[in-house]
Design a binder for this molecule. Structure first.
Ligand SMILES: *Cc1c(COP(=O)(O)O)cnc(C)c1O
Length: 403
């Protein structure tokens, strides 16, 4: 006779745990850890923390709502045709955000690579395999100097040369028969001399597609359709920032033919620049569900919550003599209530880096951003109630460093 002890003993050597769980053999075995009771991060010795920083890839972005993880779990249970799923989800997303067509990518960065790849080859499948060799294809992408950012490397994956301009005149002069794309960094709209609408206008005038990188630019939710409606041919968003989808997912939105062309470079097709940028069925579905949830949420209510949370932390900090907290909302990108903490370092004997380190090494660990001048905090990535822990810890550390 097999005893429960035998089953437990065998379990530890069986590679196919799932099969056994499914039989019901181990149900009610109270000594058995359930699938969710394992503390994987603890087992691995990996620190978890309260995220008072924001949506940073190094901190694994955002947390997905339960409905998104449910969709991901659902998707694990069946095979589907990858292209068919991308087609259907692309159509659905396009409907939801009111543009011609859409596709789920491996983050905003890969949306940029897929976007330029599609622009370079168009729908001509015979050209796909040659990327990043641009023989016979256009080879230049124009951007404003003030829009230069590391993420533009995603363009260079396809072999293009970046041409920098500052003025409208320089832009018009730089355009030639090698110009493939006019690339725009939405977050720096107000830093450049040429603003979004004018960028689109120049692209149209010369018949050159325009791309707007809006990776971190929801909220506000309207941005999901604002820039395709403005006339940008392609627009990308991160899936795992404000939208709270899978961290390794993103959205490429825009013109149908350009997105169909971009898809020629995407898995399952193998001989492509995008083969290493695979998005799986779980992430595709998770991205769709995250977007649905994001569109349907009460944005005003959420904003009020963030404001109240920021105010709570602000008030806890300002209660300490010598602290000068300021609340601000970045105009574009990470457009959420944010707090900057500065203080008189003669009265409070700790540096901003020192405060951040104490927050990080405390229990629970708290992550913030900042530099030598300030500590930066946002609350949009907090779990409900964590703002109180953040406020309390900041006050404690600052008081302790006083006098
Ligand atoms: C975050 C970010 C990216 C990269 O987005 P992923 O979704 O992580 O690939 C690209 N561009 C900008 C401006 C960003 O902020």
């Amino acid at each position: 006779m097999i005893t429960r002890r035998d089953i437990l003993k065998n379990l530890s050597t069986l590679p196919l745990l799932g099969g056994l769980f499914g039989t019901g053999l181990v149900t009610g075995a109270s000594a058995m850890p359930t699938l969710t009771s394992r503390n994987y991060f603890k087992e691995l010795g990996v620190r978890t923390f309260i995220n008072a920083a924001g949506t940073y890839t190094s901190m694994t972005g955002s947390l997905m709502p339960a409905e998104v993880s449910d969709a991901i779990k659902y998707a694990t249970g069946d095979y589907v045709n990858l292209d068919e799923l991308q087609d259907r989800v692309g159509e659905r997303i396009a409907e939801l955000v009111q543009c011609e067509y859409a596709t789920v990518t491996t983050g905003a960065a890969s949306a940029i690579t897929f976007g330029i790849a599609g622009v370079l080859t168009g729908l001509d499948e015979s050209k796909v395999a040659q990327i990043p060799n641009l023989t016979g294809l256009k080879s230049e992408v124009i951007m404003q100097k003030s829009h230069e950012i590391g993420y533009a490397h995603a363009l260079k994956n396809c072999g293009v040369k970046i041409v920098f301009v500052e003025t409208r005149k320089e832009l018009e002069r730089a355009i030639n028969d090698q110009t493939a794309l006019l690339w725009f960094l939405n977050a720096h709209n107000f830093k450049g001399q040429i603003r979004d609408e004018e960028w689109v206008e120049v692209g149209r005038k010369h018949g050159i597609p325009t791309f707007n990188d809006c990776a971190a630019d929801v909220p506000p939710v309207e941005n999901l359709w604002k820039y395709t409606k403005m006339g940008f041919d392609l627009v990308c968003f991160s899936g795992g920032k404000g939208i709270r989808g899978p961290q390794s997912a993103g959205l490429l939105l825009g013109k149908r033919d350009l997105i169909k062309a971009a898809r020629l470079h995407a898995p399952p097709r193998g001989n492509t620049v995008g083969r290493g940028m695979k998005v799986n069925k779980e992430e595709i579905l998770g991205m769709l569900v995250a977007l649905e949830l994001y569109l349907n949420k009460d944005h005003e209510k959420e904003w009020k919550l963030w404001e109240a949370q920021i105010k709570l932390i602000h008030d806890a900090a300002i209660a300490v003599k010598g602290v000068e907290p300021t609340i601000h909302v970045p105009e574009v990108a990470n457009h959420v209530p944010s707090l900057k903490l500065r203080w008189d370092q003669k009265a409070i004997k700790i540096t901003p880096d020192g405060l951040r380190e104490q927050l990080r090494t405390g229990h629970p660990s708290i992550e913030t951003v900042g530099d030598k001048e300030y500590v930066g905090i946002t609350t949009w990535m907090l779990q409900p109630g964590q703002e109180r822990t953040v406020a309390k810890r900041i006050q404690e550390i600052l008081v302790e460093a006083t006098g």
